[in-house]
Design a protein around this ligand. Sequence first.
Ligand code: SIN
Ligand code: CO
Length: 375
Amino acid sequence: MDYQLDLNWPDFIQRYWQKRPVVLKRGFKDFVDPISPDELAGLAMENEVDSRLVSHQDGKWQVSHGPFESYDHLGENNWSLLVQAVDHWHEASAALMRPFRFLPDWRIDDLMISFAVPGGGVGPHLDQYDVFIIQGTGRRRWRVGEKVPMKQHCPHPDLLQVDPFEAIIDEELEPGDILYIPPGFPHEGYSLENAINYSVGFRAPSGRELISGFADYVLSRELGSYRFADPDIQPRDNPAEILPQEIDGIRAMMLEVVNQPEQFNQWFGEFISQSRHELDAAPPEPPYQPDEIYDALHEGDSLTRLGGLRVLQIGQTVFVNGEQVESSQHAALMSMANQQVLNAEALGVALDDPSFLTQLTALVNCGYWFFSEEE
Ligand code: SIN
Ligand code: CO
């Protein structure tokens, strides 16, 4: 399904993005759910899929983690099932993320889908990321509070909540409505009836993640082998003292490793193109030979990108799931990065370049692109 989002993006960014929460009433007109509660429950029975059940009774919260074997123990009220990264496992659901590609791919993370029965929800909480919560089937009351410093607590070891808050948004969402929440605004959603919600989540790396990711890169590439040098070493009264200029020198030396634009770009491309959730990659068996890929594409077949695969571009360099695709076929690389489906026309003359075809074949043989049934 081709979801059409009714949104004036420049206006939205200017007024709300990372600034204020807002309800986009009927953002999707005539909304049709891409998945049923039964299908979602089925996904949460799979080993590789990250899911949890959250329930509460008389103020006591329970959390259990999938995979689930049965749902027979659940009552009719006060629970919800949440499944992460459904875009990796369910193609029809992945289509819901495409209208958000006005925002760059590197910032988008995953699609979390929740099913809640009346009274179900995860309680009042904060998220560190921007999220668009789309209301599917059913009605759910959503409240959002002002962003103020709030203490978080754990009513259950796996559940982080905040205290009750005063609402600046308090609305009953209906199918197709979208609630946008920037990081740090407390919110809670309580179902009024059986309801599905789709959370298109964003990704914003923290300083800690970046430094630790960069440190891994420095080690694996054996960068920064140079050493501190002090040909003009200063005598000092207290031998235990480290002088300010020495601290400055150490900091400058460390920044020098970061300040190598080529290495830095390479690291960031590899780092940010890695998925945070497992991919449903199914390497074809037997693997394809390059000429089979060439023939299939020229016969009109097309290659679809695996759901959740991150393909990102820095300048003319393209990264796929943590690795650079080495090729001088820039136009074809741009198609791979920016188009969901690849055909002979999108790849053009690159298909006649044996080295490009070999790379493409390797990617298909990883299960990152696959031949789709229909055009
Ligand atoms: C939910 O769908 O129940 C939770 C979504 C959220 O609050 O981020
Ligand atoms: Co939330």
